[in-house]
Write a protein that binds this ligand. Structure first.
Ligand SMILES: Nc1ncnc2c1ncn2[C@@H]1O[C@H](COP(=O)(O)OP(=O)(O)OP(=O)(O)O)[C@@H](O)[C@H]1O
Length: 229
């Protein structure tokens, strides 16, 4: 389980997160929802210890986040970090050399799943295929938790559909996923838990199925209540 415990974050004098707490379980998809600039990426960076916190703690499976917890989590940023001149197969080789928990078999399965050509250069890929390669590079790591920052942003409906198919496939297995988005429609049916953020705070954290069964409300219904009052 990833436990976010009372975290605060300031950049200079700007307060971004104020006492944010929530949990994300293994085997579940947790979605962080909020408008641009609310602090979603900052939370993912904090889980990866890429940004120091002003206050609060983060634990992964009961262990405080440190360099030792790195291999438990794979962070998939909203843009690909591999150089454009690399071919897809070079990027895969690089990952294989660099990470001991890289799973080459899963990487090849994902190439087929997304119908990507290993010879293609990253710079010549469409936006949708770039997003798929980015996802492949993150999901092929044998990590217990996956953090995905806006995997659908700026890509067409067919690529979005293919990416959402990943969530119901064995490629996710029983890993814990935290995904950020401000476009919930694509994945509403897939998520287990939603965390609604506003002005640096968690306005509501809820189990999607429970709210659907007990209150008859969808994630969008709850978002309307929280954000529109
Ligand atoms: N390194 C930094 N220095 C100063 N301010 C920063 C830095 N990183 C982020 N911020 C600010 O912190 C706030 C939260 O940013 P963050 O990227 O976490 O938001 P977000 O919810 O992920 O937004 P988006 O949906 O646009 O990706 C923003 O106001 C941003 O300008």
């Amino acid at each position: 389980m990833i436990e976010i415990k009372h975290i605060h974050k300031k950049f200079g004098r700007k307060v971004v997160l104020q006492d944010v707490s929530f949990t994300a379980n293994k085997g579940e998809i947790t979605c962080l929802i909020g408008v641009n600039g609310v602090g979603k990426t900052t939370i993912l960076h904090a889980i990866m210890a890429l940004t120091p916190l002003t206050k609060g703690d983060i634990h992964i499976d009961g262990e405080k986040v440190t360099k030792k917890t790195f291999e438990k989590v794979s962070y998939i940023p909203d843009a690909i970090t591999m150089p454009g001149q690399m071919r897809i197969k070079d990027a895969m080789e690089f990952m294989n050399d660099f990470y001991r928990h890289w799973n080459q078999q899963r990487a090849h399965e994902m190439l087929q799943f997304f119908r990507l050509k290993p010879e293609e250069r990253i710079s010549s890929l469409s936006k949708g295929n770039t997003a798929k390669v980015n996802l492949l590079l993150g999901l092929a790591l044998d990590a217990d938790y996956i953090l995905m920052d806006e995997p659908f942003s700026g890509i067409d409906i067919f690529s979005r559909e293919q990416i959402t198919d990943v969530f119901t496939s064995h490629l996710i297995e029983d890993r814990g996923v935290i995904i950020t988005t401000h476009e919930i429609q694509d994945i509403e049916h897939l998520i287990d838990k939603a965390v609604l953020l506003d002005q640096g705070e968690v306005k509501r954290e809820f189990d999607v199925e429970t709210v659907r069964a007990e209150e008859g409300k969808s994630v969008v219904d709850v978002m309307r209540e929280v954000y529109q009052g």
